[in-house]
Design a protein around this ligand. Structure first.
Ligand code: PLP
Length: 493
């Protein structure tokens, strides 16, 4: 199977292998890589997959897309990435919370957020890709983070062969817990650096390093090249298809549905990666009917699905679901390509860059609306959903998950469609303890990580995830702070 750019308008696009697509990340024309065909999943396949544990389901699905990868190696990598040690109690458990709503808990990994589902396997896919493409230099991953991605990338890349990683975070721009998680990071190939300024300063610093040909030359002389762990890499998207298939298998195994029955899916969305993975699963043949795209107060996608106008020029809201505070949903480009073709995609993306907005053609929007429903929840609605979900369903969920649950409720009220629904639960409530405590009516004033976790435990009688508790007692390894202008220097030291 070959991969082509979403912006390649030539009559016969020349594709690259999946290893090359994963190594490159972004296509040379700045489009995103997409497989030339979507493999089919039959009901018989699903019944077979249902009998397998998660890591084997992952290997089966991934090998349908990564056809140039060695199967044995892929299985070994999946077994390690999704092992019990990394995901105690299973990689993506499904919990029924009443009314045929199923919470797909994607946060049982080392950093307690759904990014682990992709970032535990992606570094291994990249490591294999470097070998398969005969790359002799080491890859040096650079990440600027406002919190969650940095830690998940550090955990994923630590001690992976042929790769080093440096993560930059704004010195006053991350939560106490997030800072603790990063500065105590273990591993021989990791580096963590605080940067004076805000997230944009750190992000611009990383972009400047990528754009600097002198630095690239200097890196090459030292035997490495710079690479990113960006969420638009196919190596991050493909592993996310797996858990939707896996959720369907679990519903079958639990006798909740019969093979072929339709389900709906509701996803708290930022960059459109997670929900697009579900759409690929549907395109493969997984019986998904409607997909609810849930946004917080930054509702650019809700507006897009309803009007066809994508307009990034709007007020940016800082919310209690910060991983969804996004105005440019990069992976939406892949949906435009799949439903509208490369020419329309290239045209829309050019307008987005030049004018900050685009109007998608009506025919394309009709196809989008066959499947997608856009809803959003503001801060008050999210807080109310955290409280109601806890009180009425006896289920403690984080703000991102509750944006989705609130949107699902609106969808069901509007449409009367109560088809069993899988809701992607993307973070442990303990990662956002302060907002969760406040929503439950008991604000926690302290900024001390130990006190914050303890308050939520006492309030709800639940237990904080072991990896979060462990960071409380781990030694701090990284204490340096640098100026944005000195970010490159610390790599060569
Ligand atoms: C990244 C993230 C999201 C958004 O996922 P996308 O793939 O960017 O749409 C939602 N919730 C949490 C907790 C996240 O970390």
């Amino acid at each position: 199977m070959k991969y082509i750019s979403t912006r390649d308008v030539s009559a016969t696009p020349v594709g690259v292998t999946s290893a090359e697509a994963i190594k490159k990340g972004l296509a040379p024309d700045r489009g995103l890589y997409m497989p030339t065909e979507i493999p089919a999943l039959s009901m018989a396949d699903l019944e077979k997959l249902a009998a397998l544990p998660y890591e084997k389901r992952a290997c089966e699905i991934l090998s349908m897309f990564l056809t140039d990868y060695d199967r044995e190696k892929l299985l070994a990598d999946c077994s390690e990435a999704y092992s019990d040690a990394r995901f105690p109690g299973g990689a993506a458990p499904l919990v029924h919370i009443g009314d045929s709503i199923y919470s797909l808990e994607l946060w049982h990994g080392p950093t307690c957020a759904f990014k682990d589902m992709a970032l535990q396997i992606m570094p291994r896919l990249l490591s294999s890709a470097l070998k398969m493409t005969g790359e002799e230099k080491k890859a040096h991953i650079l990440v600027a983070t406002s919190g969650d991605t940095g830690k998940a990338a550090l955990e994923g890349y630590r001690d992976v062969e042929g790769i080093d990683i440096t993560v930059y975070f704004p010195v006053d721009g991350v939560s106490t817990m997030q800072k603790m998680q990063m500065t105590t990071q273990a591993g021989d190939n990791v580096n963590v650096m605080a940067v004076y300024g805000n997230f944009d300063d750190a992000q611009n610093g990383v972009k400047a390093i990528f754009a600097d040909s002198e630095l690239a030359k200097k890196a090459e002389e030292n035997g490495f090249f710079f690479s990113s762990a960006n969420s638009i890499n196919w190596g991050r998207l493909a592993p996310q298809i797996v858990y939707y298939v896996s959720a369907y298998c679990d519903l079958l195994n639990d006798g909740r549905i019969a093979c072929g029955d339709k389900i709906n899916v509701c996803v708290p969305t930022g960059n459109f990666g997670n929900i697009f993975a579900a759409y690929i699963a549907k395109t493969m043949g997984l019986p998904i009917d409607k997909m609810i795209c849930a946004s917080n107060a930054n509702c650019v996608l809700t507006d897009f699905i309803r009007t066809g106008l994508y307009d990034r020029q709007r007020v940016f809201h800082k919310t209690m679901s910060p991983s969804m505070d996004i105005l440019i949903s990069s992976n939406l480009e892949r949906l435009l390509f799949l439903l509208g073709g490369a020419e329309t995609t290239a045209d829309c993306m050019r307008k987005l860059t030049d004018e900050g907005k685009y109007q998608a053609p009506d025919a394309l929007m009709e196809r989008v609306r066959e499947t997608f429903y856009g809803y959003s929840c503001d801060e008050a609605e999210t807080a109310a959903t955290i409280l109601a979900t806890y009180k009425e369903r006896n289920y403690l969920a984080d703000p991102h998950t509750c944006v989705a649950l609130g949107c699902l409720e609106k969808y069901r009220r509007d449409t009367g469609d109560c088809t069993p629904c899988v809701v992607a639960s993307t973070a442990s409530p303990y990662k956002f303890s302060q907002d969760v405590c406040a929503s439950l009516g008991t604000p926690c004033e302290s900024d001390e990580p130990a006190v914050i976790l303890d308050t939520l435990e006492k309030l709800t009688g639940t237990v904080a995830p072991a990896p979060l508790k462990a960071t409380l007692t781990m030694p701090v390894r990284f204490t340096e702070v640098c100026e944005p202008a000195d970010m490159a220097e610390c790599i060569f030291r």
